[in-house]
Design a protein. Structure first.
Ligand SMILES: C[S@@+](CC[C@H](N)C(=O)[O-])C[C@H]1O[C@@H](n2cnc3c(N)ncnc32)[C@H](O)[C@@H]1O
Length: 247
């Protein structure tokens, strides 16, 4: 089956009909909720925070942020950015809590420096790997996105981007762009080697995140410096089907 991002630009792919179909599918709702909860757990937020939801769509990911209980450090306040007017229209109709901005993340992240405590992006960043015209390149769009995201986060801020790389080269291109923008970065993969594998790019401004995360993740360790982690003893990389792995 072809990947949506190989068929049309996102603002055309997510038209009125596709956006409605996406939002009302219970299968999609369940998967997006699960991945958003995973991203939130990787952010380790202890108190109500201001979060940017990148590629927020119709608000399936954002509404999880508003619903975090005070006992779990919420509720969080969020702002969503998306390139699809149809997706944002559905978010408005669904009366989501977040503020919404129609914008292309490949052009940057247009907020004042240091605005957000954290950011999440669920199933959006792979769209940047497709150049939409002859004067834009995936590398240029990724650089503008990660540069803008880095600036918009507070020092010590964190971001988790779940995305669907088409192949190893896309996965490396995305992580390299984040590191080049200044982030401390690591990749975590759930269900590696299975059809349902989920890749999370975990980012920090100022380097505090990775130290904090690895303290919280028993059995995880940094390997070969920034951006590399593996599970197991003595730096051995475990690629077991169905488990979590990172690099
Ligand atoms: C699969 S949907 C995910 C939506 C939401 N995060 C969720 O979990 O339901 C991917 C979203 O990314 C948005 N997107 C893709 N490329 C984008 C870009 N360049 N700028 C802003 N949003 C983009 C799409 O419009 C779409 O709403």
């Amino acid at each position: 089956m072809s990947r949506p991002e190989d068929t049309l630009p996102p603002d055309l792919f997510y038209n009125d009909a596709e956006s409605r179909k996406y939002t009302t599918s219970s299968r999609i709702q369940n998967v997006q909720v699960e991945m958003t909860n995973r991203a939130l757990s990787l952010l380790h937020l202890q108190t109500p925070s201001l979060i940017l939801d990148i590629g927020c769509g119709s608000g399936l990911s954002g509404e999880i942020l508003s619903s975090v209980a005070p006992s779990s450090g919420g509720p969080h306040i969020w702002t969503g950015m998306d390139i699809s007017a149809s997706m944002l229209e559905i978010a408005l109709q669904r009366d989501v809590e977040g503020d919404l901005l129609l914008a292309d993340i490949g052009q940057g992240v247009p907020f004042r420096a240091g605005t957000f405590d954290a950011a999440i992006s669920i199933s959006a960043v792979q769209w940047l790997c497709n150049a939409e015209s002859s004067d834009t390149s995936p590398q240029g769009r990724l650089a503008r996105f990660f540069g803008g995201l880095y600036a918009s986060l507070k020092r010590g801020g964190r971001a988790v981007c779940q995305f669907y790389p088409k192949n190893e080269s896309q996965r490396s291109m995305v992580s390299a762009a984040a590191i080049r923008a200044g982030f401390g970065a690591g990749i975590l993969e759930d269900g590696g080697g299975t059809k349902g594998a989920k890749v999370y790019l975990v980012l920090s401004v100022g380097g505090g995140l990775l130290r904090g995360l690895w303290r919280g993740w028993r059995g995880w360790m940094l390997r070969r410096g920034v951006g590399e982690a593996c599970k197991g003893r003595g730096g051995r990389r475990l690629g077991g089907k169905g488990g979590s792995s990172g690099f």
